[in-house]
Design a protein around this ligand. Structure first.
Ligand SMILES: Cc1cc2nc3c(=O)[nH]c(=O)nc-3n(C[C@H](O)[C@H](O)[C@H](O)COP(=O)(O)OP(=O)(O)OC[C@H]3O[C@@H](n4cnc5c(N)ncnc54)[C@H](O)[C@@H]3O)c2cc1C
Length: 415
């Protein structure tokens, strides 16, 4: 494997670098650099407005959603050019958080299942950030087992009437639209009675309630639906085919979330170089060095796995279920590193104020965000199942409700 740029890639990188240098919102750079993991600090500036402005500027110059076709607001670029863009955008990429779900998951779903009229109307505005989308999948009793969802859609004339509840809906409070998976037929096996729609988040009967998180932010929400009406024309795919449509969303989710997750290892290396411990610095301590060696090996493994994926992309291949490995290893590693770095800081580890805490409190931010990394886009256990079944070819997990009509699965809940 040769990981250096080809001549064309190097020329593309130069072009990207020049455009970013001339156009990036440099007034935000110091704040973005100091932003703790999973947070976007823009000083006194309005983060959402700044994110939209940067996205719009990129879109106007043809630098939004690079791999999408031009008619959808993209550039028709190759996946490897997209990777180069991400590397060069660097710290300004932290402004893209509000658009990840719309661009990474909703738009690919619309591309595969929406009418041509809807594609032309909605996808370019997702690219430019003018309209923000969310993903209404998880429910209180269905996350990993998504097909166990209970939100109902019932046909009434040309509309569907929605009743139920979603949870953990990232960005719902800022969203204009959402993709929604519902149960339209409870009398067939759970995967078969599902139907997918998109809807305006401003529809009457949609009630969005932000959830307060451990890190003080409210990234996600509960969303209640009470007699919400969705026209049949906003159905994505056939009635009863929602599971197949949702697999497009979920496959894209693994790619959007799973690629290039931080591990905290470079941050730890920086910390131990200067942190006093015993008679010297932490990096001189043999116990610390043994831990560093373990993490170095894992970080190298991740780097090479990700390079293998990039090589596949640059050859026009689609990465398979092995893409699940990156998030599984990196999420665990980040949590372990954050705990270790905080322990090394002794009493100072309890400080969370970036202006006084060691390493600008980045490990504290990592510790608070890392459990979410191990859950979002597939929990550790679900990723292990995928790797076991689809990469290693081991026997399938037990699925006790397989083939049973949804309304006959014992649950203790009334339907
Ligand atoms: C930061 C964040 C953002 C999110 N954003 C969204 C969003 O925008 N839209 C959305 O719809 N959802 C979102 N989610 C929800 C996410 O998809 C679910 O949390 C996830 O799928 C897990 O579902 P659950 O929370 O119901 O846990 P459960 O599925 O109830 O799992 C509980 C525990 O059981 C384990 N488990 C479950 N099944 C198995 C099995 N078969 N074998 C072994 N162990 C198993 C799990 O690994 C876990 O440890 C978000 C979650 C997070 C953390």
């Amino acid at each position: 494997m040769d990981f250096s740029d080809t001549r064309e890639e190097a020329a593309f990188r130069t072009e990207v670098r020049a455009w970013i240098d001339a156009n990036a919102p440099k007034h935000l750079k110091p704040y973005l650099e100091a932003s703790g993991f999973g947070t976007t600090n823009t000083g006194g500036y309005d983060t959402f407005a700044e994110a939209k402005a940067w996205q719009r500027r990129k879109a106007e110059a043809g630098w939004a959603c690079l791999v999408w076709p031009k008619e959808y607001g993209g550039r028709g670029a190759t996946p490897i050019q997209n990777v180069i863009w991400g590397q060069e955008e660097g710290v300004y990429g932290k402004l893209s958080g509000a658009f990840i779900i719309g661009q990474g998951m909703c738009a690919p779903t619309l591309m595969s299942a929406a009418s041509e009229t809807h594609k032309a109307r909605y996808i370019p505005k997702i690219a430019s950030g003018e309209e923000v989308w969310c993903q209404l999948f998880s429910e209180p009793a269905s996350g990993s087992d998504l097909a166990g969802l209970r939100t109902r859609a019932e046909k009434d004339g040309d509309d569907w009437v929605i009743n139920g509840q979603k949870i953990w809906t990232s960005g719902a409070q800022h969203s204009d639209y959402g993709i929604l998976i519902t149960r339209t037929d409870p009398t067939v096996a759970k995967h078969k009675g599902l139907t997918m729609f998109f809807l305006s988040m401003k529809s009457p009967g949609v009630d969005i309630r932000p959830i307060k998180q451990a890190n003080g932010q409210s990234e996600f929400n509960e969303v209640y639906f009470e007699n919400v009406r969705i026209p049949d024309s906003q159905r994505l795919g056939a009635v009863g085919d929602g599971w197949r449509v949702s697999l497009t969303t979920l496959m894209n989710e693994r790619m959007a979330i799973g690629g290039g997750i931080a591990t905290g290892f470079p941050d730890l290396m920086e910390l131990v170089e200067d942190l006093p411990l015993g008679d010297g610095t932490a990096v001189e301590n043999p116990v610390v060095r043994a831990r560093l060696a373990d993490w170095y090996v894992k970080a190298a493994g991740l780097k090479n796995t990700s390079a293998r994926l990039l090589t596949a992309l640059s050859k026009g291949q689609t990465p398979g279920p092995e893409a699940s490995i990156g998030k599984l290893v990196a999420g665990n590693m980040m949590q372990d590193i954050a705990k270790f770095a905080i322990d090394l800081q002794g009493l100072g580890g309890a400080l969370t104020d970036p202006t006084i805490a060691e390493g600008a409190a980045r490990f504290q931010a990592m510790l608070l965000r890392s459990p979410a990394v191990r859950i979002e886009g597939g929990t550790d256990q679900i990723l292990r199942n995928i790797i076991a079944e689809r990469v290693l070819g081991l026997p399938e997990d037990m699925r006790a409700d397989k083939g049973i009509p949804f309304n006959e699965i014992p649950s203790g809940a009334s339907r």
